[in-house]
Ligand binder design. Structure first.
Ligand SMILES: [Zn+2]
Length: 233
């Protein structure tokens, strides 16, 4: 047991979608993830959205439904072209961002987007999270970059986020919030929660004169350790 919560498989683990979970289990998982975000203070009201890869398409939260009103049946199935299944609710306005990541990233099976407060503060200030704590490494990088601003729901935002993630597991979104991805809903949620924690730590460190940063060698060592957690399974 390590103290960083990553012994259940690091975000580099990859592998099959949710360990082969079926559609019903993924719908349940998306609802649980949205409720967990609300309960843990990562998200409020109808902001934020969650998806999981399903075959050639995806399952994504509906537009404008708060977490406590979500049920597995309200989750929207989209095909590879982004068309919703007949009778579905309207998908999240950010569905292009989710679909674009599944198309570009075979290692990603789940996407979590939220407006968690401290990540959003930094995103609005245009400040990446630097390597001030080794857990910044859960992002798959030594720092957490800020994707360029584009209007919510647009293809421009989807492309900017995918380019900024660049193989990593999380980034901030300028003047908007944060996004985390992973091989499973559990991992993507854990990364989003850690990014919010690191954003809060950075925000606090800035208030008392700024952090003392870890160096490239120290972060590279951590990255290697995070990878090995996943390979043990
Ligand atoms: Zn948003």
């Amino acid at each position: 047991m390590t103290d960083d919560g990553l012994d259940e498989g690091g975000p580099n683990e990859g592998g099959p979608n949710e360990g082969g979970l079926d559609e019903g289990a993924l719908r349940d998982g998306i609802v649980r993830t949205m409720r967990a975000m609300a309960e843990r203070g990562l998200n409020r009201g109808t902001s934020g959205n969650v998806s999981a890869r399903l075959g050639e398409g995806l399952l994504v939260t509906p537009s404008g439904v708060p977490a406590d009103a979500l049920t597995p049946e309200t989750i929207v199935q989209l095909d590879a072209a982004g068309a919703a299944a007949a009778g579905s609710l309207k998908p999240s306005s950010e569905w292009r961002m989710h679909a674009g990541l599944y198309a570009r990233r075979p290692d990603v099976n789940a996407v979590v987007h939220c407006h968690s407060r401290h990540a959003t503060i930094l995103a609005c200030a245009g400040r990446p999270i630097p390597p001030l704590h080794y857990m910044v490494g859960v992002s798959g990088r030594s720092s957490v970059a800020v994707a360029p601003y584009a209007t919510f729901g647009t293809e421009a935002l989807a492309q900017g986020v995918a380019a900024t993630l660049d193989g990593g597991w999380a980034c901030l979104m300028a003047n908007h919030g944060q996004i985390a991805v992973g091989p499973s809903l559990e991992r993507a949620l854990a990364v989003a929660e850690e990014i919010e924690e690191q954003a809060a730590v950075y925000w606090g460190a800035l208030a008392i004169g700024g952090p003392r940063l870890l160096d490239d060698a120290q972060m590279a060592e951590v990255a290697g350790m995070f990878r090995s957690y996943g390979q043990g399974r």
